[in-house]
Design a protein around this ligand. Structure first.
Ligand code: GCB
Length: 758
């Protein structure tokens, strides 16, 4: 039988560069436990300056019993991003990609007694691994668990993509009968080896037992009236056990959970689960957490899944990369329909090697997660046209899409488009279904632009299934007010934004899916927004998972049936004036408002209850909102002045404009000049931002081509790019009647007037 040992303790770590493969850890090395990242702190504190480089891990492996014929391997849940594994000074394997599982076969290098395992892991910027550029921290390290595995000579074969060796899928007929397909791959089978598959229902009751020869490995089991996996309503899972048998002995075994379900997407009607229209309404999850980065413990995954269950989401987009296998398993168990994706995001690299990396990551994502019944969609890219519709992009996307279908004919491919990609773009016809990221009402535009855009697309392409892959708005718990407005970062505006969105999405069941960006605040060391460094604050829950923002309860009211009521604005604890407005979210039809125990008002509403003009005097008051036994309470203090910190004071020069090119004419000469000592489009954004003036040029230019107000503080996200890279986008340049070369020459001309600041 296979044996697995989790290797958590007694790892040694150093950032110091090594001239040779280290053979021991001296005092300079620090003892760490896995999962581990070296960016837990500096990847979240702002400044776009977290440590990106090669670091080293070392661990002694004591192996006393090495048996001929057995295979010994080490498996890493993930290593961010480029890892080379050495055993006793010899290179065993190299793995490129920061989020997928991989194995190193140690057998040829392993000796009896003490062995030294060394892993060099690097998150240094490089041009062969995705992601290249994105709004999140690229945490370096062995950030998922590692296992030492001992396998019999003949075993279920994980192949080169580290799959489980057994595939389980099913066809469910309308009458509830099903065909369960079982397929395995065996390494080194003998001719008489057999495989036994057994199936148990969720209660552990035995359902079936069947055998096939190991060389063939494939068999189909007809089952009558299966208990369906019904998403969050009833995520019923069967267990399939595959055992490899030789003579009278079980050599190896693998266990897999399986949910019987069917799904389809109808462009005109929406998403169907088991034949029933089930509009997918949910959230996206970034995995990282305050203080620990992406080095999550099992209970961290559990906390996230439990919060997602609490809010009532029936779908999760696991963005923007492969997440840990524990989390996909939790999605199976909790019934979330999953969109899983690879980090082919924002910027495509033109080289064959980089494309190979995208394909590798897709192979790994699918092979490693094929058996998770919760997954319905494979995402091939996110906002990939930001970097321009560069040569080979369409071709590469098509190869990725083909790979998805070759590897998995049972699921749909999708991609998340950037807002400014024109509806007419041919990129919208590559995957089976498509979705857009829109931030109307946050980065620009108005709230109603959301439904206008969605309805226009749907009217124009009624046969193209459309989803909203991202929408969201920053909400920082410090800022409050009665007149929230776009861009004020207040908890109230975030709530208002989502009130609009939840309603319009509810009214459009034909949208196959929608995903709040994001369930949790997350780390992006380059950000500096709303007075908070290093973080994207669009979460419905804080980065530490400790506080649920008001918008969380809005969705809970819409999406869950268990009676709940929530008073908004508890953190807006000091109020001014002789009347107040109390807002509550609830899934009850009628609520009663009481002030200091006295019933004041009664209202019936649809999830959002606004009690206006409630007379109040100075002092502290207890506000209660109730429905029968159910109630929530808040304390508000009425004062003469509101605390200053309720309003964010931002430097107005921070925000760029979106019409910078309007009064400019295209230059006749598009040759780029590079006067020494002056900025140009070939300097990095990081360098350009050192000058106030040059930073403003950049914010204005980027804001104008993207159509959203781009703040200087947000530009650090592009720190290592040059304006030349970014401004190549032909779609956007057209808006000003120019071509990308003219846009570039214009911006370059402006930058060339500004002296470089040291
Ligand atoms: C997007 C990106 C996502 C960002 C988000 C934002 O469109 O896909 O990675 O974090 O916008 O918050 O700006």
């Amino acid at each position: 039988m296979r044996k697995e040992t989790i290797l958590t303790h007694n790892w040694y770590f150093t950032k110091a560069q090594q001239k040779e493969i280290p053979t021991y850890a001296d005092k300079a090395w620090k003892k760490v436990t896995l999962p581990h990242t070296w960016n837990a702190k500096d990847g979240q504190d702002g400044g776009a300056d977290y440590h990106r480089g090669a670091c080293w891990y070392l661990k002694e492996l004591n192996v006393y019993d090495i048996r001929i014929g057995r295979e010994y391997a080490i498996e890493f849940g993930a290593a961010g991003y480029d890892a080379i594994v050495y055993l006793n000074g010899m290179e065993v394997t190299r793995h490129k990609g920061g989020y997928s599982k991989f194995r190193a076969n140690l057998t040829p290098f392993l000796k009896k007694g003490k062995n030294t395992l060394v892993v060099k892991v690097s998150n240094e910027a490089c041009d062969t691994i995705y992601p290249q550029m994105a709004d999140f921290t690229f945490y370096g390290g062995l950030h998922r668990p590692a296992k030492f595995i001992e396998l019999p000579e003949t075993h279920f074969d994980e192949g080169c993509w580290c799959a489980s060796g057994v595939r389980v899928w099913s066809d469910v007929k309308e009458n509830g009968d099903a065909l369960l397909h079982l397929k395995c791959k065996i390494k080194n089978p003998y001719h008489a080896d057999t495989v036994r598959y057994t199936v148990q229902n969720q209660n552990g009751a035995h359902i079936a037992e069947l055998y096939t020869d190991a060389k063939h490995g494939e068999i189909t089991l007809p089952l009558q009236k299966v208990h369906l996996w019904q998403g969050i309503l009833d995520p019923y899972l069967y267990t399939v056990t595959a055992e490899l048998i030789r003579h009278n002995e079980i050599l190896d075994h693998v266990q897999i959970k399986h949910g019987f379900r069917t799904f389809r997407v109808d462009p005109e009607k929406g998403f169907f689960l088991n034949g029933k229209l089930t509009p997918l309404r949910g959230v996206s999850r970034h995995q990282d957490k305050l203080g620990i980065g992406n080095a999550l413990a099992e209970e961290d995954h559990m906390t996230d899944a439990t919060l997602i269950r609490e809010i009532g989401a029936n779908t999760v987009r696991l963005a923007h990369y492969q997440q840990s296998e524990e989390f996909y398993a939790l999605c199976d168990a909790y019934g979330f329909i999953v969109w899983a994706e690879i980090p082919f995001i924002s910027k495509m690299l033109p080289t064959a090697e980089a494309h190979e990396n995208a394909l590798t990551q897709m192979n790994e994502l699918i092979e490693q997660n094929f058996n998770h019944s919760s997954i319905c969609f494979w995402g091939i890219s996110n906002e990939i046209t930001i970097g321009g519709d560069v040569e080979k992009l369409t071709e590469n996307l098509k190869t990725l899409d083909k790979l998805v279908h070759d590897l998995d004919p049972t699921r749909l491919s999708t991609m998340a488009q950037v807002s400014m990609l024109p509806m007419e773009s041919e990129q919208n016809h590559i995957t089976d279904i498509v979705a857009y990221n829109h931030y109307f009402g946050w980065y620009g535009g108005t709230l109603t632009d959301n439904e206008i855009w969605l309805d226009q697309f749907h009217a124009k392409y009624p046969k193209r299934a459309l989803g909203l892959s991202e929408y969201g708005c920053e909400g920082i718990l410090t800022y409050h007010g009665d007149a929230p407005k776009m861009g004020d970062y207040s908890e109230e505006y975030q709530a208002l934004y989502h009130e609009h969105m939840v309603k319009i999405l509810h009214e459009r069941p034909w949208l196959w899916g929608s995903y709040v960006w994001n369930m949790f605040d997350f780390g992006c060391d380059a950000r500096n927004e709303g007075g908070v460094m290093g973080r994207n604050n669009k979460g419905l829950v804080t980065f530490d998972r400790k506080i649920k923002k008001d918008a969380f309860y809005l969705y809970k009211a819409y999406w869950t049936a268990e009676p709940m009521v929530h008073i908004c604005g508890k953190r807006y604890a000091k109020r001014k004036g002789d009347t107040i407005t109390v807002k509550a979210y609830s899934n009850m039809p009628t609520l009663i408002l009481s002030v200091n125990g006295m019933e004041i008002d009664k209202k019936s509403a649809n999830h959002i209850f606004v009690f206006e003009n409630i007379p109040i005097v100075k002092g502290t008051h207890t506000i209660t909102v109730s429905a029968g036994e159910l109630s929530d309470m808040a304390i508000f203090e009425i004062t003469d002045e509101l605390p200053e910190h309720y309003t964010l004071k931002e430097d107005p020069s921070e925000a760029g404009v979106t019409n910078w090119f309007d009064d400019k004419t295209a230059p006749t000469d598009i040759t780029l000049t590079f006067k020494e000592g002056f900025y140009s489009v070939r300097d990095s954004v990081r360098d350009i931002l050192k000058s106030e003036e040059a930073g403003t040029v950049l914010a204005n230019a980027f804001g104008s081509v993207s159509g959203i107000k781009v703040k200087k503080s947000m530009l650090m996200m592009l720190a290592d790019q040059t304006p030349e890279d970014i401004l190549k986008n032909p779609d956007t340049a057209k808006r000003f009647g120019m071509n990308p070369d003219e846009v570039l020459a214009l911006v370059n001309g402006e930058l060339q007037k500004i002296k470089i600041q040291k």
